[in-house]
Ligand binder design. Structure first.
Ligand code: GMT
Length: 384
């Protein structure tokens, strides 16, 4: 039997799809018998119940009077090195190049020779930060010094190559959802709290940053609601929320739009929807579209970044050019008014999520990468 590994994981523990993916991956690896050490500033919010193979090491920041800004990155690198030495870690897997991959590089210098580092690129660490000349060389160094680099879409791989002139291999590891959690939930009675039986539900879930183009969501809904009896549920919170509230008020849509704030049980909430709206300006993957897909909900949105690798246009949703709210509204109406089309999309969503983006498949991919960098020949079970 191939030996089990000791793996350190660092991510942004409190927000975003990258934190979700990193945490879920850690849990799945622990289920497979690996020992997982999260090295983060707080407990990852998706960690949930106790697991005998999962440990948490809190990064505490030194705040000496000479520091104008407390140096979190140095504290993280030192903590990583300590955990590597004390727990005899085989691999440090970091999510986001900045600062995590740079810290992993420092930790490697401070610890043992055998340690291998794996960096997963998620999006704005490349698409935004790598455009900044003051960070470019640092990100390039972090990528070159990682023993393996993965990215969550082919689009992100191409962007990384283009922006940073990287020629070393980058593994494509799509994001995933746990099929035991993400499946169409029974929400018939809950649905009555949000919409009348003859009304459709459109939904948007995000951190309400400008890149999500939430105003396009409202624009699309304003058009759809003129033709289809419907409601819009907005889930999450963030900087654009007040602006969006004003927009909804100005359009006279207050009694048709509801803000649900941040939600823990995303699968339950998404199962309420007939269509998910994701008109983002940039999206290296778009985890929420996968979460929706796994619950049988098609996405109508933009064809930005990696979204077309996830959402198959005409099969599991409809994609348009960024900002084309007119076409997005027509596409949403098509799904909402044609039960045969809606049923076909739902089946295609369930099938695609289960077979292309399932937890077993992607966990095995990551395990293969760990064994590869360690030079261990692995005999891994085929995903079921
Ligand atoms: O980088 C960000 O904007 C946040 C980040 C996150 O932590 O959620 O989102 C990125 O990573 C997600 C997980 O891989 C992807 O699903 C998102 O598409 C990606 N965001 C962008 O590319 C804007």
């Amino acid at each position: 039997m191939t030996r089990k590994l000791k793996i350190g994981i660092t991510c942004y523990p409190t927000l975003g799809g990258s934190g979700v993916v990193a945490t879920e991956l850690g849990k799945l690896l622990a289920e497979r018998g690996h020992e997982i050490h999260f090295i983060t500033h707080s407990i990852p919010f998706r960690l949930g119940k106790f697991h005998k193979n999962i440990f948490f090491h809190e990064v505490e920041v030194n705040d000496y009077y000479v520091f104008k800004y407390p140096p979190y990155d140095l504290s993280l690198a030192s903590k990583m090195a300590q955990v590597v030495k004390m727990q005899k870690l085989d691999v440090l897997h970091v999510h986001y190049a900045i600062p995590h991959a740079v810290c992993a590089y420092l930790a490697k210098q401070m610890s043992c020779d055998g340690l291998k580092t794996v960096t997963t690129l998620h999006g704005t660490d490349i698409t935004v930060l790598a455009q900044d000349e003051s960070l470019k060389d640092l990100i390039r160094l972090a990528i070159h010094q990682s023993d393996a680099v993965t990215a969550v879409s082919d689009d992100l791989i191409q962007e990384t190559r283009k922006l940073l002139d990287i020629t070393t291999p980058i593994d494509l590891t799509y994001n995933f959802v746990d099929k035991r959690v993400y499946y169409p939930r029974e929400v018939e009675s809950l649905r009555r709290d949000f919409a009348a039986p003859d009304e459709k539900i459109l939904m948007h879930i995000s951190n309400f940053r400008p890149v999500k183009r939430v105003s396009d969501v409202v624009d699309i809904f304003a058009r759809v609601s003129k033709k289809v009896k419907s409601r819009l549920l907005l889930v999450g919170e963030g900087p654009e929320q007040t602006k969006i509230q004003c927009m909804i008020r100005n359009l006279g849509l207050e009694d048709r739009v509801q803000f649900l704030g941040k939600q823990e049980d995303v699968a339950q909430v998404i199962s309420l929807a007939d269509v998910l709206l994701l008109p983002s300006e940039k999206e290296s993957f778009g985890l929420v579209a996968l979460e929706a897909m796994a619950c049988g909900v098609p996405t109508v949105g933009s064809n930005a970044g990696g979204i077309p690798e996830l959402v198959t246009h005409g099969e599991t949703g409809f994609l348009s050019n960024i900002g084309d709210v007119e076409e997005m509204a027509r596409n949403a109406e098509a799904i909402l008014t044609d039960p045969v089309l809606a049923a076909r999309f739902r089946e295609a969503c369930l099938h695609r999520a289960r077979f292309e983006f399932c937890n077993d498949k992607v966990t095995t991919q990551y395990e293969q990468i760990y064994y590869r960098v360690l030079g261990i020949e692995a005999n891994l079970p085929e995903p079921v």
